[in-house]
Design a protein around this ligand. Structure first.
Ligand code: GTQ
Ligand code: FE2
Length: 371
């Protein structure tokens, strides 16, 4: 083998002859699609994540009216499938993606509108900021969508939506569309043009079977499923769990994430893990005046202000938070939250989703907390 040490004769690396040969070699590499690592290592293997996605915030006061305008101009139907409008990160031009792994969209259904059934390998959830009157029908099971609820559509479950009310309704969709695209895993099938079960029950069949706290049907016990069989996580339960954490804190008992900061994760009752295989979903509540520790994580996340107000700080830049605002925290971005204090909007409730479950399964998730 030839090494630098036993190479025959000295080589003058600076000679014009050598430089010419080298340029020729790189041209010939390029012609056959070969790329030497020594010319690209910094880009391919950075010392720490250098996300292309940037911190960004969309105001609900802009998103909602724009979504409403599209309802006057664009019908919902077979083909387009959904009146969903993706929120594109300015650092990912050309792709309507919030982060390299996550799709976030505002979906809008006008009164009496019906979005046809379909299924896809991408996993989805809906989070409801405000309103009601829509049922999402998941594998034939009608699931009511109301303020503060999280509704699931795990991958390859048929789903359609119908607005049975006389008012429009808009909500936040989250999907793993970019992850599925990057790994070439997209499968899609049309279902019926009309949603299969037009009933509008208060509780879905999935909630009747799986909605008792700590209660697993014995017919299904001991059989873990990849994603949650419970399709709805109701605001009354989420709200009570967050309130209880802060009450326990006031009593000097453990439970909160950090002082003044309560949080719950939406989990799969058959495993205790994340409700969806590819997307972590959580609800956070900050007591008025609370500032969270500064942290950074290799997961990328999208947040929506559910109620209250405050400030988010990303890479040292503050942005004020108002009702419904949606913001992106890219990978490895220093991040903290502050809740408003002493005003009409005391405290801060936020819904959050991230790609953390994917990174955890691949042993890629890293998190640092500063103070
Ligand atoms: O509601 O089925 O935002 O299939 C993107 C793709 C929503 C949905 C989106 C979808 C849906
Ligand atoms: Fe869908």
């Amino acid at each position: 083998m030839t090494t630098l040490e036993n190479r025959p004769g000295p080589v003058d690396f600076d000679s014009p002859e050598h430089q010419g040969k080298l340029a020729e070699l790189y041209r010939d590499f390029d012609a056959v699609g070969m790329t030497p690592l020594w010319r690209t290592r910094e880009g391919l293997m950075p010392h720490h994540p250098e996300p292309r996605a940037v911190p960004h915030l969309w105001r609900w006061s802009q998103l909602y009216p724009l979504a409403a305008r599209s309802a006057d101009l664009v019908p919902v139907g077979r083909g387009g499938e959904r009146r969903a409008i993706g929120l594109g990160n300015p650092g990912l031009p050309g792709d309507p993606y919030a982060t390299p792994t996550l799709w976030a969209a505002i979906q809008y259904l006008a009164p009496r509108e019906n979005a046809p059934e379909h299924r896809h390998s991408q996993s989805a959830f809906r989070f409801v900021l405000e309103g009601e009157g829509v049922w999402t029908v998941v594998d034939g099971d009608p699931v009511a969508m109301r303020r503060g609820d999280l509704l699931l559509t795990p991958g390859w479950h048929f789903h359609g939506h119908q607005n049975v009310s006389d008012t429009p309704m808009a909500w936040l969709d989250g999907l793993d569309i970019p992850l599925v695209a990057a790994t070439d895993q997209g499968f899609f099938e049309f279902g019926p043009d009309e949603v299969r079960d037009k009933a509008t029950p208060d509780r879905s069949r999935s909630e009747r079977l799986w909605g008792g706290p700590g209660l697993t049907p014995v017919s299904a016990a001991g059989r873990p499923r990849p994603s949650s069989p419970l399709m709805a996580y109701r605001w009354a339960h989420t709200d009570a769990a967050l309130a209880a954490q802060l009450e326990l804190e006031a009593e000097g008992q453990p439970g909160v994430v950090e002082p003044g900061h309560a949080a719950v994760r939406f989990t799969n009752p058959t495993t205790g893990g994340d409700a969806l295989t590819t997307i972590r979903t959580e609800m956070h509540r900050l007591r008025g005046g609370t500032r969270t520790r500064r942290s950074r994580t290799s997961a990328s996340s999208v947040w929506q202000v559910f109620s209250g107000g405050g400030t988010v700080t990303m890479d040292g830049l503050d942005r004020t938070l108002e009702h419904g605002d949606v913001f992106v925290v890219p990978a490895w971005t220093e991040f903290s939250l502050q809740a408003a204090d002493g005003s009409a909007t005391d405290g801060l409730d936020l819904f959050a989703f991230s790609d953390a479950p994917v990174l955890e399964k691949l042993s890629l998730l890293r998190t640092e907390v500063s103070n």
